[in-house]
Design a protein around this ligand. Structure first.
Ligand code: SF4
Length: 67
């Protein structure tokens, strides 16, 4: 199953922080981030992006378990 990354579009306020923290994984689609390529950055960077999201809009799971 591996890593699943999800952006809750309703919570995203478009700060773009995630697109810098995990470059290539997240891209902006207008005012909302979306997942472009889950393999584009190391897991640590993806987790840092999730922790750094000001609205907690990013959820990361591994094998179905929240990280
Ligand atoms: S860091 Fe969070 S609020 Fe900012 S663009 Fe990414 S998902 Fe949206």
């Amino acid at each position: 199953m591996g890593i699943e990354i999800e952006v809750n579009a309703a919570r995203c306020m478009g700060s773009k922080t995630c697109t810098w923290a995990a470059e290539g994984v997240f891209v902006m689609a207008g005012d909302v981030a979306r997942v472009a390529n889950p393999s584009a950055a190391p897991l640590d960077d993806i987790l840092a992006a999730a922790e750094g999201c000001p609205t907690g809009a990013i959820n990361v799971k591994k094998d179905g378990q929240p990280l």
